[in-house]
Design a protein around this ligand. Structure first.
Ligand code: ZN
Length: 231
């Protein structure tokens, strides 16, 4: 496995792909998610920056794209996101589409993977991603949909990220996780008061694999994202 981030930080054991509340603990590689108007909390040096569909109101799109370009150039920026489309939020659809296009363009230019926020817009989000050239690596975060939706995304070449929904009884997330190949998913805490270690424990139990095997798999998956991490 050839990933500088693990070579330089041998204590890293867990990966929290997407969090708004980094814990700052030395064994967790955590990607703090920020959008325009937010600042990093200083607990982790790795982050993702994106134009979140919920938070497009306070800043012009041109300015927001400039903010994103600036952050994407930072070596600590491992991914573009959250980015995507949301049919439940009040943000005008056309504005969401324009912001998502900007995010896709910058992800393609910088060759960074995308962390996708998608609510009731799977057809539109996948169409926009598959339209890009080359198609960016994209991870649908907080996945909690039917296994059929998971299959559609996996067949299209995308990744899934699982978190809090796995703790609910009979969740779609657990069913989808069971059908997801081991090299196509990540784990996250998102906005929840969760320890990433407990997510690992839950997933190891659902998939009936030893925790160390899951840890190794997550490191491999992360490495395969092709991240050029030097920061
Ligand atoms: Zn989030």
């Amino acid at each position: 496995m050839n990933c500088p981030i693990f070579k330089e930080n041998q204590a890293l054991q867990f990966i929290d792909l997407h969090t708004h509340h980094p814990c700052g603990e030395p064994d967790v590689l955590e990607i703090e998610s920020i959008y325009p108007g937010q600042y990093l909390k200083g607990k982790t040096r790795w982050f993702s920056a994106g134009l979140h569909p919920w938070h497009l109101g306070n800043i012009g799109l041109k300015e927001a794209a400039g903010w994103l370009r600036g952050h994407a150039a930072n070596p600590g920026c491992l991914a573009i996101g959250e980015a995507g489309l949301d049919k439940v939020t009040d943000t005008p659809w056309a504005l969401q589409e324009s912001a998502f296009e900007q995010c896709i363009r910058i992800a393609v230019e910088t060759r960074k993977p995308m962390i996708i926020h998608c609510v009731k817009a799977y057809a539109e989000v996948t169409a926009a991603l598959l339209n890009a050239s080359p198609v960016p690596v994209a991870i649908f975060h907080g996945f909690d949909k039917h296994p059929q939706t998971a299959k559609m995304l996996l067949d299209a070449g995308f990744f899934l990220s699982f978190g809090a929904a796995l703790f609910r009884q009979n969740s779609h997330a657990a069913a989808a996780l069971q059908q997801t190949p081991s090299d196509r998913f990540f784990l996250e805490t998102d906005d929840n008061d969760l320890d990433i270690r407990s997510v690992y424990e839950r997933v190891a139990a659902i998939r009936q694999i030893p925790p160390v095997q899951l840890e190794e798999q997550m490191r491999q998956n992360f490495t395969r994202l092709g991240l050029d991490i030097t920061g």
